[in-house]
Design a protein around this ligand. Sequence first.
Ligand SMILES: [Zn+2]
Length: 72
Amino acid sequence: MEIFHHYYVNDDPQVVSGEHEVHRNICLSLAFARSKTYLGFYADCQKALEKAGTIYKKVTRCSFCCQENSQP
Ligand SMILES: [Zn+2]
């Protein structure tokens, strides 16, 4: 069974890489984001990344909440 999560992209890019991080709504580091944009309700981070890519050129998955094989 697929588990869906709400995903957001941080509107502020990473200082060094310039990438915008994609997070699940439950992620603690998202709580520290000054501004975020709602991406949608997805079963996996890849879909959220694709959506974020339509908003920002450089996007990346959060290393805490959006690992490729992370279990909820
Ligand atoms: Zn995160």
